[in-house]
Ligand binder design. Structure first.
Ligand code: FES
Ligand SMILES: [Fe+2]
Length: 415
């Protein structure tokens, strides 16, 4: 990783480039090409955004038993997310304290200890060095634990931060408890997981997720059932009806709009929005009909579902009967994985209470279509003919995201 000298005399060329691009940026327009293609700016994105915020890496039911682990790769780093003997989930850097080899080669599994395949140093599940082959007896093992990242579980979500002092989560916890908590996510279970890799910069993927201007043309399957595909004025009355029904049922979910701008400067950004399915549809299934056992506080369908989002790259969608986690994972400047996790009620049995194919249908077709449009978006943006264009009013969130993004990577900003 490059360093960030801040003195004018020796200004880093990436800083100079970013400053000039920010000066040229036209408000309400998409970003200049370099933000989606410049490797130096990508490194800055990772340092100033991904390594400073909270990132969701999965649902805790992916590793239900002591010793269960999975490796989460992000932006060139490799992390072991493991449930300890004490039941606690920890995140360890997958970097041996001997000579730096990756300790864990497997993508997931169950371990009693982690043994580095290179020279067989072994580590406890909490990262403490356990044994070193032929090592000096005076060797102080306690100084050679695997590095540990801050890890928090919120409504079943595993949140990890690379930062020593990450944003506070207290506000996000309240918002997620009032939304995903009500949808029963803390007692949910991972039913399926899939990765859709897009050939695009992570910001194009996030911008795409955060607008539904494209839903009509790109997602007829989604647009058939979800009011998100229309401008607010056209569906405001329907939204009101659905919210009133939820209130009557005692399952109201309050909106919170603090994404990407957090509620306070020291808090992580979070938002929550309760939306409507069209009359005749109750969930995100092929025909809009029920698909799995109801979750959380929902004892019947009311025609609504909830969006909730956290930090730069973790997005959630909760229906009455299933949930979707949408995680954006940058791989390099123009490669991003979209990891999608489907959740069901913790007691729901596959093949009896739900059919996995039917459960995953909507967000599979939608994600395949998204990959197609995001890939083509990047190809167009890479052209010599690309110029930033105006966001539509249905793209208010990508416009806000762009504004926020430029502020985060502005070299004039205090880090
Ligand atoms: S690098 Fe891990 S034991 Fe040598
Ligand atoms: Fe989409």
């Amino acid at each position: 990783m490059e360093t960030h000298p801040r003195s004018a005399a020796s200004e880093n060329p990436v800083d100079v480039r970013i400053r000039s691009l920010i000066a040229q940026h036209q408000r309400g327009h998409s970003l200049a090409q370099a933000f989606y293609s410049d490797p130096g700016i990508y490194v800055r994105d990772i340092e100033d955004i991904f390594f400073k915020h909270w990132l969701c890496v999965g649902h805790e039911t992916r590793i239900p038993n002591p010793g269960d682990y999975f490796v989460h790769e992000i932006a060139g780093e490799s992390l072991i997310v493991v449930r300890g003997r004490d039941g606690e989930i920890r995140t360890l850097a997958n970097v041996c304290r001997h000579r730096g080899s990756q300790v864990c080669y497997e993508a997931e599994g169950n371990a009693k200890v982690f043994i580095c395949p290179y020279h067989a140093w072994s580590y406890e599940l909490d990262g403490r060095l356990r044994n070193t082959r032929f090592a000096d007896v005076s060797f102080d093992k306690s100084k050679y634990s695997l590095a540990t990242l801050q890890t928090r579980i919120v409504q079943g979500l595993i949140l990890v931060s690379f930062a020593e002092n990450p944003p506070k989560l207290s506000h996000a916890e309240q918002v997620l408890s009032a939304s995903l908590g009500r949808h029963g996510w803390a007692n949910a279970r991972m039913a399926h997981r899939e990765i859709y890799s897009v050939d695009a910069n992570w910001k194009l993927a996030v911008e795409n997720y955060y607008e539904c201007y494209h839903c009509g043309p790109a997602h007829p399957e989604f647009a058939r059932h979800h009011a998100t595909e229309k401008p607010n004025v056209e569906v405001a009355a329907l939204r009101e009806q659905v919210r009133a029904r939820a209130k009557q049922m005692g399952v109201e979910i309050p909106d919170a709009f603090h994404w990407p701008w957090p509620a306070a400067p020291d808090q992580e950004s979070v938002d929550c929005f309760h939306d409507a399915t069209y009359p005749g549809s109750v969930t995100g299934s092929e025909d809009g009909g029920p698909i799995a056992p109801l979750m959380g506080d929902f004892n019947e369908y009311h025609g609504g579902f909830t969006y909730a989002d956290l930090g730069p790259s973790s997005f959630f969608l909760a229906y009455s009967d299933y949930g979707v986690m949408y995680l954006f994972i940058p791989r390099d400047v123009q490669t991003t994985d979209m990891e999608i996790v489907w959740l069901v009620n913790g007691d729901a049995r596959e093949g009896i209470d739900y059919d996995r194919k039917k459960l995953t249908w909507m967000w599979d077709v939608t994600s395949i279509a998204d990959k197609r449009i995001i890939d083509h978006n990047q190809r167009g943006v890479n052209s010599r003919f690309y110029r930033p264009g105006p966001y539509h009013e249905m793209e208010i969130l990508p416009a806000e995201f762009t504004k926020w993004y430029l502020q985060q990577i502005d070299p004039s900003r205090q880090r």
